[in-house]
Design a binder for this molecule. Structure first.
Ligand SMILES: [Zn+2]
Length: 87
């Protein structure tokens, strides 16, 4: 297994482990595009992930415009959980 394959598994499994979102491959854009419900705005099929991207694995929500890489996802997702815990 190459380092790139590990990164691919990491982004998809990161999202699926830390949220109820389940990602399904929907297109072949930029090496493969996975769609799911957004963990932030809850938009159905708005949340798109490119784990095989030629630049780097990243995600983008067409609903709330959340986007970034695996590290950004952790910051945003855990940040939201932290704020929820405070409320
Ligand atoms: Zn969203």
């Amino acid at each position: 297994m190459t380092a790139q394959n590990e990164t691919i598994i990491d982004l998809i499994s990161l999202i699926e482990q830390r949220s109820p979102v389940r990602l399904i491959r929907k297109a072949s854009t930029d090496g493969g595009e996975y769609w799911g419900n957004c963990p932030w705005c809850g938009g159905v099929d708005r949340f798109h992930v490119w784990p095989h991207s030629s630049s780097r694995p990243h995600y983008w929500c067409r609903g709330c415009n959340a986007k970034g890489d695996a590290i950004q996802l952790l910051k945003d997702y855990e940040g939201m959980s932290f704020m929820d815990a405070c409320q």
